[in-house]
Design a protein around this ligand. Structure first.
Ligand code: CA
Length: 227
């Protein structure tokens, strides 16, 4: 291959790599909630409340309450709203959202709960409490929540997987649910798909290839100077 053709091929290769990396990075705004560790998040083991700051910006979005080692409450603060079906649920119901469902500003057949502050009893005395009874949830089973919250005055969309339980996995009765994992879209106003995860490996591979491409070009230039 002549050096002119070689240069063109290198430029095309780099261009393709840069383009591929850019498109992969555009999907990398699905962000794990930094406050949900490998063990998940529950109400406290004894009577009291725990605050969950979904995006780690210093403002708590939810409180999980263990009320007298009997009732587990889920409470959200201002400007958090849950996605729910338009016609089949009351305006404050928090329902299970199907895997693959989009959580965003306009989702056919769905809308967001309108109350700015909600306190819901999730479990009571080791069984499903009234607020979550008969709206699609089952005791000792996992499901998805879809919600929006505010950060720096802007709306972010999010999903969480939780399990409604009571005394499983060493928990006390008043700790009756656990957030297993949660992800939010760090770009305000951009919808998120329930169950969708970031692609760190793909992005890392793209960047590694890009780095390799740059190194390869440098190597080619160095070699060419010596000729
Ligand atoms: Ca927050």
């Amino acid at each position: 291959m002549s050096s002119k053709l070689n240069t063109k091929a290198t430029q095309l290769g780099l261009s393709a790599l840069i383009s591929a990396s850019a498109s992969q990075l555009s999907n990398a705004t699905i962000t794990p909630s930094p406050t949900v560790g490998p063990g998940g998040l529950r109400p406290p083991a004894t009577d009291g409340r725990f605050g969950w700051d979904v995006d780690g910006d210093g403002t708590v979005e939810f409180h999980f309450e263990n009320d007298q080692s009997s009732i587990a409450f889920l409470q959200h603060s201002g400007n958090v709203h849950f996605l729910h079906r338009v016609s089949t649920n009351s305006a404050t119901d928090i329902i299970p959202i199907p895997d693959g469902k989009t959580v965003g500003a306009a989702v056919d057949g769905y809308q967001f709960t309108t109350a700015n502050y909600l306190t819901k009893s999730v479990t009571q005395s080791g069984a499903m409490a009234l607020d979550f009874y008969n709206i699609g949830w089952n005791f000792d089973q996992s499901g998805f929540l879809g919600f929006e919250f505010q950060s720096n005055g802007q709306t972010h969309y999010a999903w969480a997987e939780w399990t409604i339980d009571g005394t499983t996995n060493g928990a006390n009765v008043g700790q009756g649910f656990i957030i297993n994992r949660a992800y939010f879209e760090s770009d305000p106003g951009v919808s998120i798909v329930v169950g969708a995860l970031p692609e760190p490996e793909t992005t890392a591979t793209g960047l590694a290839l890009l780095a390799l491409g740059t190194a390869g070009l440098h190597h080619w230039r160095t070699k060419r100077k010596k000729v």
